[in-house]
Design a protein around this ligand. Structure first.
Ligand SMILES: Nc1ncnc2c1ncn2[C@@H]1O[C@H](COP(=O)(O)OP(=O)(O)OP(=O)(O)O)[C@@H](O)[C@H]1O
Ligand SMILES: [Mg+2]
Length: 215
């Protein structure tokens, strides 16, 4: 069983978008996927409800038991956790669950958003006192590559300070991503070739990081 936790205390950075799109990517490869929605807003549960295919299971866990519940999901090939915003015991439990796999922290490409991400990195630091948690920052909703430079510098500083890696893939702001969760689809099932290419790239990076855990 592989575990991917998508978390950032900051709202609206793309946690649900990334979690649901990764779930679809694994499902399209024939993997048995469980989406754990740890957010009381239940975006991922909503995604499951509108999704026509029944290839992805979803459950809502809004109690701080996620890290303890993970072993009981061993029937699944992949467990993806969409962690809700706000620091809470549930959020910390979701971060601890990443010790079974990897943590992805999406962030928006502005200096302010990058600064706001530091709160999540502090929670990660606390959690790392108890377990190894490989963590990766992901730039989401990029508008133009040349205007992210300033944010990127701040992100690199944070990445070095908190020992996390920045993923090579960047997701640009695209209508396909915007619509994917509410339509119950992954961009891999939609008609935007650029969004698809970005998602494939993210998926390959994620699989590479998961593989490196076993070697
Ligand atoms: N790459 C993208 N391109 C365009 N729109 C995006 C992209 N990623 C996310 N969005 C949109 O931005 C909004 C926030 O994304 P999402 O709901 O995935 O974030 P979140 O971190 O889960 O938010 P919350 O903290 O509210 O749970 C949504 O309307 C979503 O459709
Ligand atoms: Mg969400």
């Amino acid at each position: 069983m592989e575990v991917v936790v998508v978390a950032n205390q900051k709202g609206g950075v793309g946690k649900s978008t990334v979690a649901c799109n990764l779930a679809v990517a694994f499902a399209l490869e024939g993997k048995k996927v469980l989406l754990v929605d740890a957010d009381t807003q239940e975006s991922s549960m909503g995604f499951r409800a509108v999704r026509e295919k029944d290839d992805i299971s979803a459950i809502s866990i809004t109690k701080p038991t996620i890290h303890k519940d993970i072993p009981s999901f061993s029937d699944f090939d992949v467990v993806i956790v969409d962690a809700g915003g706000r620091d809470s015991s549930v959020f910390r439990s979701a971060i601890m669950a990443a010790s079974y796999g990897i943590l992805i922290i999406p962030t928006l490409p502005s200096v302010y958003d990058v600064w706001a991400t530091e709160d999540t990195l502090k929670v990660l630091s606390d959690a790392r006192a108890f377990a190894d948690i490989p963590a990766y920052l992901l730039m989401n909703q990029v508008i133009r590559a040349n205007i992210v430079r300033e944010a990127e510098e701040s992100l690199e500083e944070l990445a070095a300070q908190y020992e996390v890696e920045i993923l090579q893939t960047r997701l640009f702001s695209r209508v396909a991503f915007r619509n994917s969760v509410k339509e119950g689809k992954g961009v891999l099932e939609m008609n935007d070739e650029k969004a698809k290419a970005e998602m494939k790239s993210l998926f390959e990076e994620v699989k590479g990081r998961l593989l490196s855990l076993v070697s």
